[in-house]
Design a protein around this ligand. Sequence first.
Ligand code: AVJ
Ligand code: FE
Length: 398
Amino acid sequence: MLTVTTAQRGRREAELKTTIRHELERARSAIESLLAPVPDGVLAAQVSPLQSPLVWDLAHIGWFEELWLLRRVGGRAPHEERHDELYDAFAHVRGERGELPILRPEQARAYVADVRRAALEVLDETPLDPGDRLLADGYVFGLVVSHELQHIETILQTLQLREQPYPALPGPAPVGGAGPSDVLVPGGSFVLGATEERWAYDNELDAHEVELPAFRLDRTPVTNGAYLAFVEDGGYGEPSWWSDEGWAWRGAENAGHPLYWTPGPGGWSRRRFGRVEPLPPAEPVQHVSWYEADAYARWAGRRLPSEAEWEKAAKGACGAEQLLGGVWEWTSSHFLPYPGFEAFPYAEYSEVFFGEEYRVLRGGSWATDPLVARPTFRNWDYPQRRQIFAGFRCASDA
Ligand code: AVJ
Ligand code: FE
């Protein structure tokens, strides 16, 4: 029989709702365990102009869930009108949020718990109508899960900026194993973009064929040890390795090494979650700007891969390793729409950021949840940003 019976449809929907409940709970316990060791005074503090106070992230997660699940799907009234202004990321820049009349930690915890209780009621009550794009495959619930998971990383960036010790955390796996320094990715076409991912973001669509000439790609991300050779070779003092913009950035920042590194008589050290430790040479380099990645590549006689090259390598068996879940990898690409792009379900996720101001990062870091760190996921940031868990690998024409 070719038709799907009502009973089969009902069972599939029940399974999907179980998955959604589980993912919502998984995201929330990750957020709660990250924030648990942080005193309320620190939660409310503006740690850096680059980041929101941690308690803003928490309430913003709840506000986003309220907006999409309670109000949009459930048709419920706003919890508090003023939250729309306080927790909309476009209303105030991150560096100003500590000055706003935002919820105090205990209020924020109560707010997100209230929203979650109501969101689970909405999930129970709402048929996941396959004819409604927002509800088909539980898309809007997936959006809320993905959003919360992405804020795990924002919170970790803030905790890394602090000088006070935070409980030990895993990091990117060291680069090891025998193998060539780079691999050949044969020329030919492949499909760029999401085809199977049910909760793909609009910017991963439309999937389309892309033809690429053969290229070479580093087998692994650039390590601290390899990057140190650039530093010690005087790479930060040689303008010919840098783009004009990169050289201007380097001068304005007076940058001489990645963020969190310190030179010392006994060698280089780095600060990680409030602890200063010897620089681990085999670990992928992190906390470099796009400008630094670009300069290193020029010094090494290479270039950065485009995002299409990166995704082709990540989707095929070319022998490249540690592409997912180690460090975000800067690419040479600006953040631009794929052909046929349509903002869904809102322009403020991707569309308003398209343009030449941003560079695309791929792969996800050790701080990125595996649901997000997928081969098609596109992250973007300003080329000067260094607080993100970003490194890179190099490429060259074959
Ligand atoms: C995809 C990481 C660029 O932090 O601005 C979080 C993720 N969007 N809340 C960002 C996001 C809305 C986004 N990045
Ligand atoms: Fe957000």
